[in-house]
Unconditional design. Sequence first.
Length: 200
Amino acid sequence: TGTVRHGSSDVGDSHEKYKEVKLDLLSSEQCQEFTENFFKKHGEIQVAVLTAGGFAMANIAATTTSDIHKQYQLNFETTYNMVRPIFLQMMKQKSGRIFLIGSRAGLDVSKAKGVTAYALSKSLIFRLAELMNAEAEGTDVVVSVIVPSTIDTPENRIGMPDADFTTWVTPQQIADVIYFYSSQAANAIRQPVIKVYNKS
């Protein structure tokens, strides 16, 4: 099951087992209702991948509290609204894997220059994962933060036409990493931060 805010995604009907649900991730009530309905139908959830977020350029001089609030909503509030009910359900199950999307700027302040509001909002994702993993100690619930380098997307290629695309990480590589950490092969691994950088 995947969530979309407007219309449908490119995935759409391409997979018969995939279902999209329209959802406003800024509404904690909608997120709670969605997860409750999911659990009623399926009984449990073993893997959750939360990818919603946004990006903004601006140094401290150009960043207002309003800018910070917008990035906070896009990157942290959307994550928290969805991950909280999922995490609580997994704690009842005592098992499950959650993957949040961080960033280099949120992890390493040396990478945060020029993206102040974005970096501040993404840094909270790491603190949230730490808090959840502390609460989940003694269970098989693991919260990991995926930290990609530049992702090879059509938009990024247009925005950075002179870059070496071969050094970027592809969406498929990120998906493969998440799949591995969700598999039985990685069952004993508790990896809170997963860097997917490729060559960059």
